[in-house]
Design a protein around this ligand. Structure first.
Ligand code: ATP
Length: 219
């Protein structure tokens, strides 16, 4: 269960931008939540707060009652490594690694030994429908297949939380539907909390709940 209380995030560069302004939000375990809103509205910033990738300027982000904003760097690293899987719009695969090696990368921070990593990567690729593609490079796979590798990389560590930032944004309609069907199937099977940023109303419509963030405010 996530409990965000009065979360504000301000970026200070040449000017000051308030990306999130006093956002309070609860996300129950296992919920599929779609996050919509205007460009620059603060959606990706919200995901960063949820993933412990950055800390708010003020306010708290609690996971099961524990405030991650004041956690030590090592506790936060552990939280990210074990509890959170992230799927990006641009897949973010390492182009010189095979599909299986990319998936294995999700297990390296957990200290899983090489043999077990390989086995679990093969299983995870099977779960996303990519058996037989283990030794393919990303450039040898379609966009939809690359996103499926990225989903396998996020899921291989069996996280409690999946954060997806426009996961279908780079895909055509057919591949979008295929990737969404896969994410939904895995969400139903594994029961993780799924928070997905999307501009696409048909994608958002598949979520259990939708929220909208406009100019840093939760609508
Ligand atoms: N690292 C950063 N440094 C400075 N400003 C930033 C940084 N990250 C985000 N911002 C600013 O914070 C605001 C919110 O950005 P964010 O990426 O969260 O929005 P978004 O809703 O995800 O946008 P989009 O839909 O365009 O991806 C924007 O004005 C953006 O320019």
């Amino acid at each position: 269960m996530y409990t965000l209380t009065n979360v504000t995030k301000t970026y200070r560069t040449s000017r000051t931008v308030t990306a999130l302004d006093n956002v309070s939000l609860e996300i129950p375990d296992g919920q599929f939540l779609a996050v919509r809103g205007n460009t620059g509205g603060g959606k990706s910033t919200l995901l960063q707060m949820l993933g412990g990738l950055d800390r708010p300027t003020s306010g708290t982000v609690a996971v099961d009652g524990k405030d991650i904003t004041t956690a030590s760097e090592s506790a936060l690293t552990r939280f990210r490594a074990t509890d959170v899987g992230i799927v990006f719009q641009g897949f973010n695969l390492v182009s010189t690694l095979t599909a299986a090696q990319n998936v294995e990368a999700g297990l390296v921070p957990l200290g899983v030994k090489a043999g077990e990593r390989r086995e679990r990567a093969i299983d995870a690729l099977r779960d996303v429908g990519l058996s037989g593609r283990e030794d393919h490079l990303p450039s040898e796979l379609s966009g939809g297949q690359q996103q499926r590798v990225a989903i396998a990389r996020a899921l291989v560590k069996q996280p409690r939380i999946i954060l997806a930032d426009e996961p279908t944004g780079n895909l055509d309609e057919a591949m979008r539907d295929e990737v969404m069907a896969l994410l939904e199937k895995e969400w139903e099977r594994l029961g993780f909390t799924l928070v997905m940023v999307t501009h696409d109303s048909s994608v958002a419509g598949r979520a259990e709940r939708q929220i909208r963030i406009t100019s840093g405010h939760l609508a």
